[in-house]
Design a protein around this ligand. Structure first.
Ligand SMILES: [Fe+2]
Ligand SMILES: [Fe+2]
Length: 235
């Protein structure tokens, strides 16, 4: 299966059919399109409606997750509803299967890596923060557990590994992802690839601790690398 993936679309109110041509092009090169969050710039319904129109021009299945920007207006469920109405499968807890390949996804959360990982210690607000990261990892694990396919792809907005963040200032790594997300990925053999966005200045390829490929598909990473804003991955 040829999987196309793109993150960080950041559709704005002033955009006119920003992804229509691209989605038509992708439809002729791939079997599935994955959208890795920050689909809108501020999580406005008007932005989601503009993207929804473009999604309708896709002739292949479109699946994806929301990003932090899609939460900015405090109505992520409305953004989901509009995109779902255009035919997109918004992954969250519930996995999806297409032609024998599984797809499981969550937005994910931040929290850091290695020595920089925030621990659930002390003030309640710190524990609540870490709890959110754990909750997202648990949702991903639950979704992956339901899959009975031999191959699957994990779809995220935040990064599960530090490798794809190289190029970003190390001071902000803890805001770009959480290593807690890599634990469920490495637990299931059927996960063959991971895609995420969010790190606009990161690196395309990284690995989980057990060596699974992780791709940062933020369009700003892909454009200079491939001359196109999306990645093509064989699964
Ligand atoms: Fe972004
Ligand atoms: Fe983001």
């Amino acid at each position: 299966m040829r999987v196309a993936a793109i993150g960080d679309l950041h559709v704005q109110e002033s955009d006119v059919a920003p992804y229509r041509e691209l989605f038509t092009e992708i439809s002729s090169h791939a079997d599935v399109l994955l959208l890795c969050g920050d689909l809108t710039n501020f999580g406005k319904t008007s932005e989601a409606e503009i993207l929804a129109e473009d999604i309708k021009s896709c002739t292949i299945p479109v699946l994806g997750v929301l990003g932090n920007h899609d939460y900015e207006c405090g109505q992520p469920e409305k953004v989901c509803e509009i995109l779902h109405g255009a035919g997109m499968v918004v992954l969250d807890e519930q996995a999806h299967e297409i032609d024998g390949v599984g797809f499981a996804g969550v937005k994910g959360f931040l929290g850091g890596f290695g020595r920089g990982e925030l621990a659930p210690f002390g003030e309640p607000i710190i524990k609540a923060f870490v709890d959110e990261a754990m909750k997202e990892a648990r949702k991903l694990e639950n979704a992956l557990r339901t899959l009975r396919t031999e191959r699957s792809v994990a779809v995220l907005h935040y990064s599960p590994v530090p490798g794809t963040l190289e190029g970003e200032p190390t001071e902000i790594y803890q805001y770009l992802g959480s290593q807690r997300l890599s634990e469920p990925i490495d637990r299931f053999d059927h996960v063959k690839a991971v895609v995420h966005g969010h790190a606009h200045h990161g690196t395309y390829e990284g690995r989980t601790p057990l060596g699974k490929p992780v791709y940062n598909v933020a369009q700003f990473v892909l454009r200079p690398l491939f001359g196109r804003p999306y990645a093509l991955i064989e699964v």
